[in-house]
Design a protein around this ligand. Sequence first.
Ligand SMILES: Cc1cc2nc3c(=O)[nH]c(=O)nc-3n(C[C@H](O)[C@H](O)[C@H](O)COP(=O)(O)OP(=O)(O)OC[C@H]3O[C@@H](n4cnc5c(N)ncnc54)[C@H](O)[C@@H]3O)c2cc1C
Length: 474
Amino acid sequence: MAKKHVVIGGGPAGMHAIETIRKYETAADSEIHLVSSETPYSRMVIPYWMAGQISEDHVLTSSESYYKQDGVTAHIGQRVVEVNTSANSVKLEGGSNLDYDNLLICTGSGAIKPPIEGVDLPGVHNLWTMEDAQAVLNRTTQSSKVLFIGAGFIGFIVLNALYKRGNQLAVVEAESHVLPRMLDADAAGLVEKWLQGLGIETYTSTRVQQIQQNGDQLKAVFEDGHSVEADCVVVATGIRPHIDFLENSGIETDQAILVDDHLRTNVSNVYAAGDCAQGPDLSSGNQEVHAIQPTAIDHGRVAGANMAGQDVNYRGSLLMNVLDVCGLQCASFGQWNAGEDAETFQVVNEARPVYRKMIWEEDRLVGTILLGQTNDVSSLNDMGMLKGFLQTGTPFGIWKDHIRKNILDIRRPYIACKVAEQLLNQTILPEPTEDLGYRHNDEQPKNDPGPHHSVFVNTIAGTPKDIEPTSNDG
Ligand SMILES: Cc1cc2nc3c(=O)[nH]c(=O)nc-3n(C[C@H](O)[C@H](O)[C@H](O)COP(=O)(O)OP(=O)(O)OC[C@H]3O[C@@H](n4cnc5c(N)ncnc54)[C@H](O)[C@@H]3O)c2cc1C
């Protein structure tokens, strides 16, 4: 009899899991049921739609023909309210049950609203779903003023989209600097100056106490007495995993659902992936929540392979944040926030602006922060190379001393230490990934790449000669 896989949640984790199951099993081998309260789409693409760079249907990642092609029974618009691990079944809102052989929970996370007076007024929105984005677009025109409560990663991604759209912007952050969970105070100081230079009002170390309505206008009153008027307020103060429905299921949770290096929970036929999963961290080896798209995709692929009977071990996800703040590229990877005792190399150039920090354990890089202008190609290249060092754990050896003196010259150690070769050998699944085709357009046959198809080619141009470090290069 065919196996039955049930996947809860049609975000990137769920969709990549389904595609991976179908890599190993045909529709004759297994049934796949997808239960998702929202239609499958990529939240990460929402800002491009808001900025007018892509159309709404390009946010979507699935369609009827896709389900048919991959033999998926889709229960879209339906919510799972309970999991019964003894009976191997899930209960849907409305009372019906769906049984499973393997269950994958990919319910992601949802935005929270802090207890501020007036937070439920019309014109005050979270920005996590397509519905939220549509509400903000309906509420505002290009000339509207938008206030962001919370200067974190998601708030700034959306702020960047509205900057491109031409909106007037202000941002307020309770902590002492912007992007507190992504940058240290020095790097954040450069970001704040950059924003001020663009006319974006930035308030830190203060909280919004109350939001008042005055006709169509909103007024946010801060605890330090300041106030800002705006046409729309976006609340971006954090997210919480969707795991409440697991109460009494016996599935172990901490900050999210605890999973091992196979993305398996404490119940052997139940897996979890993406924002709702707390899995292995590449740098520390601890179980961490990394609520980012690359982790969701990796988790989904590993869980899908294991559900299909493979034995795929996950090395762990790298904590990474890469963000364009209105033309200033900011990135942090790994243990960027290591304690004061950690060995650190750092350079700051306020005028360009450029910032780089590298955190070491002996001759291995364990974390980094980079900041530079978005149109600075060498800074973007360095970002990829440093990420490669972290992902492979390659020691710098004698090149560490070179970096001490030439912190901006990453290219030469990257080649000399053969990081690219090691990256090519590190794949999530044992086999290369196939082109999964173009999913969102019903008219498009699977093998037609469609307008958004892109080909990623990894090339190594010849075999580089070994390069010896010198002190005045770069
Ligand atoms: C505006 C925005 C921009 C972003 N930009 C970036 C970026 O640039 N880089 C980056 O790395 N990350 C980014 N992210 C974060 C990234 O989108 C998430 O990490 C990613 O979506 C997580 O994927 P997921 O599949 O785990 O969960 P989700 O994408 O949240 O999908 C979860 C799915 O589960 C469904 N669901 C939830 N509960 C239930 C239930 N009980 N029953 C049935 N279905 C349920 C939901 O409806 C949803 O379809 C961004 C997020 C937002 C909102």
